[in-house]
Design a binder for this molecule. Structure first.
Ligand SMILES: [Fe+2]
Ligand SMILES: [Fe+2]
Length: 299
């Protein structure tokens, strides 16, 4: 049934075992995540303050017993607690095997998701193969997020952008190193291989719970006038998230050294991008980007 998600107790979106606990993702949407944490007896665990003060984390004890050191209080089945604007980490201890339902208004699962961590490792390998792209993904992510916030994307879309931007070039893992680092002009066959990386990347993420990001990754080289690749999509068919990554990606590529040229200045890169507003890049995205750079005193 469309919009209706049903999972039985033996099936979870993803489950990660970490030493003394098992953490399963039960659901996610609009930036909120619902998790189940099973912690074995006599284990310490912390709740850390969030970077964002609006974030609320709610915990409901389904079974077990938890001792809160700071309040000298014992909590049992059906008790609950939650944190918001937490000033310092809270230390808790399980007295017996405990099961907690955990709801967070900020996505956190990707930090512990083995699937996502594996993909991020692949991105690091890509960056190692291409010696000019060290930390490229993280810089692209940083500017993409700053633009996304300026463009007032919803929490869920920002969360998807966060993962999509860092993984955007993951499909390059299939491109031979000699081609990635080739200083001269690429042959048609070589360029054809390069053009496959957005589709390959989309393929690599589509089985994770972040499958919504597959089309974003696939479209990050599309251009408004249809001259991009791999699909040659036009403006209205390109996702805003992909348009954001396109600007952030281009900017980063221009302001870093390449095999065939030296880095351009920030102003030069911005001027070039502005020249291509409406043909390659979305004006709203470029406006947001310029605003960010101005705020940072870069232009
Ligand atoms: Fe790319
Ligand atoms: Fe890139």
């Amino acid at each position: 049934m469309k919009g209706f998600q049903l999972y039985t107790s033996n099936k979870r979106i993803e489950e990660v075992k970490q030493g003394s606990s098992i953490l399963s993702l039960l659901g996610r949407g609009d930036g909120t995540e619902v998790l189940m944490q099973q912690i074995f007896a006599n284990k310490l665990f912390y709740i850390y303050p969030s970077d964002r003060k609006e974030t609320m984390e709610f915990f409901y004890i389904i079974s077990g017993q938890v001792y809160c050191e700071a309040l000298k209080k014992e909590l049992k089945e059906n008790d609950y607690f939650y944190v918001q604007e937490l000033a310092e980490p809270v230390l808790l201890k399980t007295m017996i095997d405990t099961k907690l339902l955990w709801i967070s208004t900020e996505p956190i699962y990707h930090y512990i998701s083995e699937n996502i961590q594996k993909l991020i490792k692949v991105v690091k390998e890509v960056e190692q193969k291409d010696r000019y792209t060290f930390n490229h993904s993280e810089r692209v992510q940083e500017y993409a997020m700053k633009m996304g916030i300026k463009l007032k994307l919803s929490k869920e879309r920002l969360d998807n952008l966060f993962i999509a931007s860092v993984l955007h070039d993951i499909g390059k893992i299939h491109i031979p190193e000699e081609i990635l680092n080739k200083p001269g002009k690429l042959t048609d066959e070589e360029f054809a291989l390069i053009k496959k990386h957005p589709t390959d990347g989309a393929e690599m993420v589509k089985d994770t719970y972040y499958k919504d990001i597959a089309p974003i990754i696939e479209q990050h080289h599309e251009r408004l006038n249809g001259t991009g690749y791999p699909l040659g999509l036009k403006d209205e068919d390109i996702l805003l998230e992909a348009k954001i990554i396109a600007v952030s990606d281009t900017y980063d590529a221009m302001t870093e050294d390449r095999a065939y040229r030296k880095a351009f200045s920030t102003q030069h890169a911005v001027d070039e991008i502005c020249q291509l507003i409406g043909t390659h890049y979305d004006h709203r995205v470029v406006d947001a980007f310029i605003e960010v750079l101005k705020e940072e005193g870069k232009i």
